[in-house]
Design a protein around this ligand. Sequence first.
Ligand code: ZN
Length: 658
Amino acid sequence: MKSLWNEAEAAALAGDLEQRVYSSRLLGGVPELVLHGGGNTSVKITQPNLYGEDETLLYVKGSGHDLATIDADGFAPLRLAPVLRLAELEALSDEEMANQLRVNLTRADAPDPSVEAILHALIPHKFVDHTHSDAILAVTNTPGGVDHIREIYGDSVVIVPYAMPGFELARTCAQILPGAMTDQTRGVVLMQHGLFTFGDTARESYGRMIDLVTLAEDYLASQKAWTISLPDMPMPAAELRNEIAALRKAMSDTAGRPMILQLHSDPLSLFFAGHDDVERLSQSGPATSDHIIRTKQFPMLGRDVEAFAAAYREYFAAHEGRARTPLTMLDPAPRVILEAAWGMISAGPTVKAARIAGDIYQQTMTTILRADALESWQALSSEHVFDMEYWDLQQAKLRREGQPPVMAGEIGLVTGAASGIGKACVDSLLARGAAVIGLDINPDIETMYADNDAFLGITCDVTDEEHIKAALEAGVRQFGGLDILVLNAGIFPKSSPIADIPTGIWQKTLDINLTANLVLMREAHPLLKLAPRRGKVGIVGSKNVPAPGPGAVAYSATKAALNQLARVAALEWGADGIRINSVHPNMVFDTALWTPEILAARAKHYGISIEEYKTNNVLRTAVTSHHVAEMIAEMCGPLFECTTASQVAIDGGNERVI
Ligand code: ZN
């Protein structure tokens, strides 16, 4: 493992806390050390208190903060002395520990201190670093783990047997560390959990982390257990979308809410999922107990969700007596699925949760294969896993994520998504918690929401059936299915009377405004039928449907035909629970349809100025893309649960329509 320490960068940082932030981020940026909020760090700083007396504070990572992005405010300042005394207690409930950590803070608005705060306090060194290094886990999660660790480190580390994180682990360390730590001690290895290092400076503690992890990596390499050679694996079948959506439906029904599924068909996932020994390798437990709330104890093999759920209920029933207070069972749907022909599928109630489960399991597969090459994989027992999964302090991490938004776990597809009403629809669906597949002929769509992993932008010519099928396939592999279809893409050709309209213009308008939507609806139907909360289609029609304008025959006729398509679909698909509703916008000027030339031509046609034309409606109001998108999004939400084939005008009031 390479040290990322940059002396020039570090030297520019003034205080101990700044140094702490710097090396915490170095650790947090390396997935081989920590993933998604895992690991924690601290620094002990002596400073004058309010009364001018020197007091030593333990600045420890706040719970819920990610080392990769943490800043000074992410560290909780605790009075060291009272926190140290907690380790002298024989027992301490989770609630009381959390309470004591809270009341010993010196800043009322500080985050909750890490549940490992007492352990950080116990280690006498100024800087303390803790990671869940995958190399360490590959070594410790084996039957001979302790011997391997001794062979690697000799007496330079203290070995602590597995204990439940929090007070139990702190108490175990309070009993072991004082007698075992010497001047030569460079770290503490927590079996089946991770590694602590420490030092007088941030650099020393960080450097020891890198050194100790490197020794574990070198040891694995010397035992031919580091590099995993992956054979060429056959790729999954080209068309999986309907099967994936069916799996998602079963998962969502079991979980009691729509789930996001992400397919990972990389060589490692395919190799692991198709491994002859996949059952033994995968069906024991997580690499470190922290992962359990993201991945559950182990993945589902194959696609029998009901059998997995039944086994999960048994596991809960077998262990629930371990808790002092009654527990509520979590949903019994898996979070990781191994399907030999597909690879690995990660799942969660949000894209973020599915992504985190996927990232963790990618790392887990590597760790399992290395441990197995070294000796054989041996994860935590079911009891330990259960204690962690139903640990209230762990559950609190999930609770902090709050109530899910109304469309959480649902997946929408929007055509013409790069601009105007389409882009506004993307924003409205994302704002309601949906994942969104955006199609547009403009390739900018691919990078438009680059930092939002709930969005997948695909360059697509909607008049090309193969493009449509490929886009649906890619979207389903990314998110698991389709719940909401927003048909928005359309063109408004240059104004032309019937007497003059070229056939080519007519045909092109027909292809984009009508036929493309028919194809998309046809191809999306099997997916919409499998939507956990039933499928929804939102259609961007036009005021021209009830009130056409002269010179716009291609546009008006195709939008009217689209309206009829929606009505027939509502009749045909009602039995599948799919509802189809339309909006008829007018005078939405912040869209690509309204070029300055068209605007001028229409104003001239009505004999009024452009400004008069823009608010030429009953309400004298300007209609925006956002207004239209919000209506579409509401129509695809619970408000319109009992409504199909409705047509709602969004035109500021049009006298001809009224
Ligand atoms: Zn840990």
